[in-house]
Design a protein around this ligand. Structure first.
Ligand code: IMP
Length: 185
């Protein structure tokens, strides 16, 4: 059994990672932080996070970062989504919107293990911002985001359906496949 440290401020994510990675890995929550560099790019936050953790002597870890990127707001709130949610909330985001509503959630997962090396996998879920808050499930911007091809918001559809199409669900599945492939070689 391989041990992987999950470095996250939200230990709830361990369950999702554990489900995707299966019994080959034991996931352990490691309560350490890393600097989130000032950049517009989730990939860069994750790449620099890996560099910093390695330079502190840590290894065999997973980190992840995600956010909501609204086209008409030039990608805002993007990497600042957690802060924007805390300060503006969903109602504040809706007030910033005009007619054009396209947006996407993105998620990047970064990992380094002695055996597999460095791995960064990103995925996105395109969709649009609603005109009103809809639904009570989930967290964050879920009540104002309808994925392309769907009628329901993330907060209306329930976690199982959300995980099939969400940025995080897609990134975790792709990450698990890629990591498994590297370790089988
Ligand atoms: P984190 O990097 O996964 O912690 O996400 C940063 C912020 O992006 C969260 O605090 C949320 O505001 C927003 N966010 C990320 N993923 C989701 C999601 O699946 N639903 C709603 N909001 C999300």
């Amino acid at each position: 059994m391989r041990i992987l440290n999950v470095i996250t401020s939200n230990p709830g994510k361990l369950v999702e990672f554990q489900r995707a990675l299966g019994n080959d890995f034991e996931l352990v929550h490691l309560p350490v932080g890393y600097t989130e560099v000032q950049t517009d790019s989730l990939e860069e936050v994750v790449e620099r996070g890996i560099d910093e953790l390695l330079s502190r002597g840590l290894d065999d870890f997973i980190i992840d970062d995600s956010g909501l990127f609204v086209d008409s707001l030039s990608g805002f709130p993007g990497v600042y989504s957690a802060y924007a949610f805390k300060t503006l909330g969903n109602a504040g985001l809706l007030r910033l919107m005009e007619d054009e509503r396209n947006a996407r959630f993105r998620c990047c997962i970064g990992c380094h293990t002695a055996e597999a090396g460095r791995l960064v996998v990103c995925a996105e879920c395109p969709g649009s911002i609603t005109r009103d808050l809809r639904g009570t499930d989930g967290f964050g911007f879920d009540p104002v985001f309808v994925p392309d091809g769907q009628d329901l918001t993330f907060a209306e559809m329930g976690l199982a359906d959300k995980n099939h199409i969400s940025h995080r669900g897609l990134a975790i599945t792709a990450f698990a496949r890629e990591l498994g492939g590297r370790l089988d070689r």
